[in-house]
Ligand binder design. Structure first.
Ligand SMILES: Nc1ncnc2c1ncn2[C@@H]1O[C@H](COP(=O)(O)OP(=O)(O)OP(=O)(O)O)[C@@H](O)[C@H]1O
Length: 270
C-alpha cells in the first residue's frame, strides 16, 4: 500500500531529520511510528501527503510515486489528524466535518448528510453539530477532527499525536474508538506517537525510531516485546513497565503474549 523507499530528508538549515528510511505499510494496517522527540516521525508522516518532499528517495502509494501526483489532489485523498484538531474556529462542527467534501465540489446537502454520518460514527451527539469548536472539549474536538478526516473516505489516514493534548481517561477512550474505527473501516492508518504504550495498544506494526530518523526496530508489538533488537529498544519498550498492555509469560513451556484483559494474544514460540 505505502512504501518508503530509501527516504532521506535534509532540511535547508542542514538538519538531517531522516536518513535512508525504508518501510512497507500493508493495506488496511495500522502502523505506529514511535520515538522520542526529534526522531523524524512527523517528517516521515508528511512525506506521505507531500507536506514535506524527501531530499532523496521516494514514497509510493499503491506503487505510484506521490511526487507524480498533484499535491492538492493527493492531500484531499488522505485524511490528516493533528494534535490540535485544526478545526476552523468560525465554522460550526457540521461544516468543519463537511469541509473536504465541499472542497471537492460535493453539494452542501450531500456533504452535510455524510458529515452527520461520520460525526455519528465518531460519537459526536447531534446537539453538538451546530456548536463552534471553542464550545467543545479537547476530546470532542479531536473526534470532530477524525470525522472531518474520514468524511471523504480517504485511502489513507495520517494521525500525528492526535491524542497528545487530552487527559489520560479521554485518551484511553479515543484510543479504543480508533481501534474500533480501524476494524470497522479497514482504512490504512499511519499513527505518530511518542508513547510506546499507545503504539502497542493500537498498532499491528510498530516502528521504533532513534534520533536522526534511524529505525531501531520494526515489528508487531508481540515480536518487539519478545525480541527487542537491542538495548535501546529494550529500554524504550520498558519491558517491566507496570502499564504494559501486553506482557509475556511462560505457559506450559511456551512463551505467550498476554493481553491487558488476561487473554492470550499470541504464542511466540513452542
Ligand atoms: N522545517 C524544518 N526545518 C529545519 N529542521 C526541521 C524542520 N522540521 C523539523 N526539523 C528537524 O528535524 C528533526 C525531526 O523533526 P520531526 O518533527 O520530524 O521529529 P518528530 O519525531 O516528529 O518530533 P516530535 O515528537 O518532537 O514532534 C528535528 O531535529 C527537527 O528539529
Amino acid at each position: 500500500m505505502i512504501d518508503f523507499d530509501s527516504v532521506t530528508k535534509l532540511y535547508p538549515d542542514g538538519t538531517e531529520a531522516v536518513r535512508d528510511f525504508s518501510l512497507h505499510i500493508p493495506q488496511g494496517s495500522l502502523t505506529a511510528l514511535v520515538g522520542s522527540s526529534g526522531s523524524g516521525k512527523t517528517t516521515l508522516l508528511r512525506c506521505i501527503n507531500r507536506m514535506v518532499d524527501p531530499t532523496s528517495g521516494a514514497v509510493l502509494i499503491n506503487g505510484k510515486d506521490v511526487a507524480d501526483r498533484p499535491a492538492v489532489e493527493l492531500r484531499r485523498s488522505i485524511g490528516y489528524v493533528m494534535q490540535q484538531s485544526g478545526l476552523l474556529p468560525h465554522r460550526r462542527v457540521i461544516d468543519n466535518a463537511a469541509t473536504v467534501l465541499r472542497l471537492r465540489g460535493v453539494d452542501k446537502k450531500t456533504a452535510n448528510e455524510r458529515a452527520e454520518e461520520v460525526l455519528n460514527t465518531v460519537g459526536i451527539a447531534k446537539e453538538m453539530f451546530r456548536r463552534y469548536p471553542s464550545q467543545l472539549s479537547g476530546g470532542q474536538a479531536q473526534r470532530v477532527g477524525v470525522a472531518r478526516a474520514l468524511a471523504a473516505d480517504p485511502e489513507v489516514l495520517l494521525m500525528d499525536e492526535p491524542f497528545g493534548a487530552v487527559d489520560p481517561i479521554v485518551r484511553a477512550e479515543l484510543q479504543a474508538e480508533t481501534r474500533r474505527l480501524h476494524q470497522e473501516l479497514g482504512t490504512t492508518i499511519v499513527f505518530v506517537t511518542h508513547d510506546i504504550d499507545e503504539a502497542f495498544a493500537l498498532a499491528d506494526q510498530v516502528v521504533i525510531m532513534k534520533t536522526g530518523g534511524e529505525v531501531a526496530q520494526v515489528g508487531s508489538p508481540a515480536q518487539i516485546l519478545a525480541n527487542p533488537a537491542d538495548d535501546f529498544v529494550a529500554q524504550f519498550v520498558g519491558l517491566d513497565s507496570a502499564k504494559r498492555r501486553l506482557r509475556i509469560e511462560e505457559r506450559d513451556g511456551a512463551r505467550v503474549v498476554i493481553a491487558e484483559d488476561g487473554r492470550i494474544a499470541g504464542v511466540l514460540d513452542q
